[in-house]
Design a protein around this ligand. Structure first.
Ligand code: SAH
Length: 212
């Protein structure tokens, strides 16, 4: 039997070996226990580097992908961050350790309610969870220093580009939902947008409108 402490060490080691090297990201992922965000049936697999089901047909992302996306976002302590796709709330909790404030939106009311309860239990007071169609962003709170999308669109949604502050960064998967997608990073400059492609990924699709 492996002890909890050993499993956590292996978890961090696996993150490093998959390219998560930013020490701030690693310490956030050490502090926020992924087991809080996983349903009973799968609880003993919290530290494995794989996506797991969370209800409403959705999944909590693979930890190494959470780490790589968070690292690519290069969050600064004073940043206001928008996450599209709350899901279990795990990614938002990691972001909350690095940013000033995190707004996280999901189209499924039930997932938002469950994530909100976990944020309260863990005393993560700088996260605001909201039920909304995130493809339109959150115009009332814009602009954002950083935007992270954890569901795949065919292209970067226009409203999200518009809500990114000049100098800001957005990280998102793009591509057809049933194919391998690309994780891309968008920098907003004074004059436009610069794109770079990071790696292949696979996410559930960004779907229009609210769910249940
Ligand atoms: N970040 C999550 C995993 C996201 S799974 C975590 O850490 O657990 C992708 C999520 O995107 C799903 O919960 C899905 O409901 C949500 N989603 C899909 N389309 C959306 C949209 N248009 N607006 C908001 N959320 C959306």
């Amino acid at each position: 039997m492996t002890s909890e402490a050993e499993r956590k060490m292996q978890f961090l080691f696996a993150l490093r070996s998959k390219g998560v090297t930013d020490s701030r990201v690693l310490s956030a992922m050490e502090k926020i226990d992924r087991a809080h965000f996983i349903r009973n049936l799968f609880a003993d697999r919290a530290y494995e580097d794989m996506p797991l089901p969370i209800g409403a047909g959705q999944t909590i992302s693979q930890p190494s992908v959470v780490g790589i996306m968070t690292q690519a976002l290069d969050v600064q302590p004073r940043d206001k961050v928008l996450e599209v796709g709350t899901g279990s709330g795990y990614q938002a909790a990691i972001l909350s350790q690095l940013a000033r404030r995190v707004y996280t939106v999901d189209r499924h009311r039930r997932l938002v309610a469950e994530a909100k309860a976990i944020f309260e239990r863990l005393d993560l007071v700088n996260i605001t969870p909201i039920t909304a169609d995130g493809s339109f962003g959150l115009p009332d709170q814009a602009p954002f220093d950083r935007i992270l999308v954890t569901a795949a669109a065919e292209d970067a949604p226009g409203p999200l580009l518009a809500q990114l502050r000049i100098g800001g960064i957005m990280v998102l998967p793009v591509g057809q939902s049933d194919a391998v997608q690309s994780l891309i990073r968008v920098h907003r400059t004074e004059t436009g947008f610069e794109y770079d492609e990071l790696r292949p990924v696979r996410f559930v699709p960004l779907v229009e409108g609210l769910g249940d």
